[in-house]
Design a protein around this ligand. Structure first.
Ligand code: ASP
Length: 581
């Protein structure tokens, strides 16, 4: 070993010991006769001293020639520090250096590799391997590793087998575009990278594997946002001989275990909420239930009073912001500006101040009497001192807008506390979603999801009303996982493909293997997948999943460190039979 201890290990009780340390030069302070060097490795920082007259002259000389991020090995004696540093665990001691070996020199790094760095985001991404030397960045990956190991241990303990599935496959429709890979030995043919191992894990159930999991890379060629990466990781799971509540039970247990063991947070039992209720009360299929501020339907009290905008709306919906009746003109204008932002798209915002004296002041006083507004307040559960905010329009659109406003108000009022965790299962999603553009139904989850038994009869008559046996795990308004009970019957799978607009031939060509497998004793099965990067971000208390990926892509899908994607040589293209236009 090139070291006897790590740079984070030595304490006052080591005083007098001779040690060998290896690491990177973080900082050099040269005070003439006396020189200090902070030596860093993954475990911490230890201070080295070099003193003219005391240390060997050649060693002092060598030290003078070091630069930041040189890799060195030192031998020396642990001594008690004269001026101690309480901020670091090794702050009681320092090393009187006896011998110094330069293991490797370094160019001056492009940014300072310390907690406080002078490097901008782009520069740090280009030199990600240097950024990973910083505590903050490394700790996030250490958390990821801890979570992955905890997941493996927990699932292995209850008989789950981790099985790897292939990366070069055929398209698995999960609602995104595939990444494709040309096959050289099969000219003109392509593999697709898996959007998830969905069909493989179902085949493993047919194989009798019964409880499967895999911490696995998935690939989706989507437009990117802060919380999306073209390649991301799932904790992918599947179980046989289960119904919905069995699956939810196992993965509620796993989630509770992770929160307890890694963060010491007791999550308690997860409530269930139907998709319909989530949309009605929160306008979102991933409601943040750390705070109430539920939607109130005001159609009955607000319509037919001569206010055209409300009369023509499909839905007039309000939320009650507790204690906000004192909002100033400026604050109300800011809220109106917020809902009018193009991303939200509301035309305007109506407010009712429930004054402390029991009277009401609204932006629509022209149309509504005090009595009318009192009815709004009663409907909304608003008390004197509260503020009612109202939007109107087509149901789906206005719910989305109100969801944004509710979250905004929740943030503004400090109701979305970062140290509070509120999980819930959202269940009974619609099976199919109408797509205006292509004018056909899409599977809301994926085509292998089973409809609820009660709704199967409606598949032909009212496909849009059929509910799926699908579920999402939502924590603090973030979708952490999702899954479903699957179709395990060939005929039902065929019907499903038909509703999704596949001809029999297309279904056979794409998914014949799965439907064939269903003819050889496919057990009832269901599963779930967790977004592992997102789970890490939630445990780490930040929003960007990128921080938890060792070598992430930027928002243009580029890896700026290795400079990818990049053109390939003509010969390579020729070999693949590809011509660029
Ligand atoms: N394959 C699904 C997904 O990636 C998860 C599942 O249904 O298990 O969302």
């Amino acid at each position: 070993m090139l070291r006897s201890h790590t740079c984070g290990e030595l304490r006052i009780e080591h005083v007098g010991t001779e040690v060998t340390l290896s690491g990177w030069v973080q900082r050099i302070r040269d005070k003439g006769g006396l020189m200090w060097i902070d030596l860093r490795d993954r475990y911490g920082v230890t201070q080295l001293t070099f003193e003219e007259g005391k240390s060997d002259a050649t060693v002092v000389d060598q030290a003078r020639n070091l630069g930041r991020e040189f890799v060195i090995q030192v031998k020396g004696k642990v001594v008690e520090r004269y001026s101690k540093n309480d901020k670091i665990p090794t702050g009681q001691i320092e090393i009187e250096t006896i011998e110094l070996n330069v293991l490797n020199a370094s160019q001056t790094p492009p940014f300072i590799i310390e907690d406080d760095t002078d490097g901008g985001e782009d520069l740090r991404m280009k030199y990600r391997y240097l950024d990973l030397r910083r505590n903050e960045v490394r700790e996030k990956l250490a958390l990821r590793s801890k979570l992955a190991i905890a997941v493996r241990n927990y699932l292995a303990e209850i008989d789950f087998l981790e099985v790897e599935t292939p990366v070069l496959i055929k398209s698995t429709p999960e609602g995104a575009r595939d990444f494709v890979v040309p096959s050289r030995i099969n000219p003109g043919e392509f593999y697709a990278l898996p959007q998830s191992p969905q069909t493989f894990k179902q085949l493993l159930m047919v194989s009798g594997f019964d409880r499967y999991f895999q911490i696995v890379k998935c690939f989706r060629d989507e437009d990117l946002r802060a919380d999306r990466q073209p390649e991301f990781t799932q904790i992918d799971c599947e179980m046989s001989f289960v119904d919905r509540d069995d699956v939810l039970g196992v993965f509620e247990g796993m989630t509770q275990h992770l929160f307890k063991n890694i963060m010491n947070v007791d999550l308690g039992e997860f409530p269930h909420m139907t998709y319909a209720e989530a949309m009605e009360k929160y306008g979102s299929d991933k409601p943040d239930i750390r705070f109430a501020m539920e939607f109130v339907n005001l159609n009955e009290v607000a319509q037919n009073k001569g206010f055209n905008v409300f009369d023509q709306a499909e839905l007039v919906v309000g939320i009650c912001a507790k204690g906000c009746a004192e909002y100033t003109r400026k604050q109300l204008d800011a809220l109106t500006d917020f809902v009018r932002k193009p991303q939200i798209g509301a035309k305007g915002l109506v407010y009712v101040k429930c004054n402390p004296d029991g009277s009401f002041k609204s932006s629509v006083d022209k149309f509504y009497s005090q009595e009318d507004l009192k009815a709004w307040a009663e409907q909304s559960g608003a008390e004197p001192g509260d503020l009612i905010l109202v939007l109107s329009g087509a149901t789906n659109t206005v719910r989305k807008q109100m969801n944004e406003l509710r979250l905004h108000m929740g943030t503004e009022l400090g109701l979305r506390k970062s140290d509070e965790y509120q999980p819930l299962w959202v269940v009974d999603f619609p099976l199919l979603e109408w797509d205006e553009e292509t004018e056909r139904y899409h599977a809301m989850h994926h085509p292998f999801t089973s409809p609820l038994n009660d709704d199967i009869a409606k598949l032909d008559s009212a496909p849009g009303e059929v509910r799926a046996n699908a579920y999402d795990l939502v924590i603090n308004g973030v979708e952490i996982g999702g899954g479903s009970i699957r179709i395990h019957d060939r005929e039902m799978q065929k019907t499903m493909f038909k509703h999704l607009g596949f001809t029999d031939e297309e279904a056979k060509a794409q998914f014949g293997f799965l439907m064939d497998a269903f003819e050889y004793g496919a057990p009832p099965h269901g599963g779930i997948a967790f977004g592992f990067d997102r789970l890490c971000a939630m445990f780490g208390g930040t929003e960007t999943i990128r921080d938890y990926i060792a070598f992430p892509k930027n928002t243009s899908g580029r890896d700026v460190m290795i400079d990818s994607p990049s053109p390939v040589a003509n010969d390579q293209l020729k070999e693949l039979g590809i011509k660029l236009s």
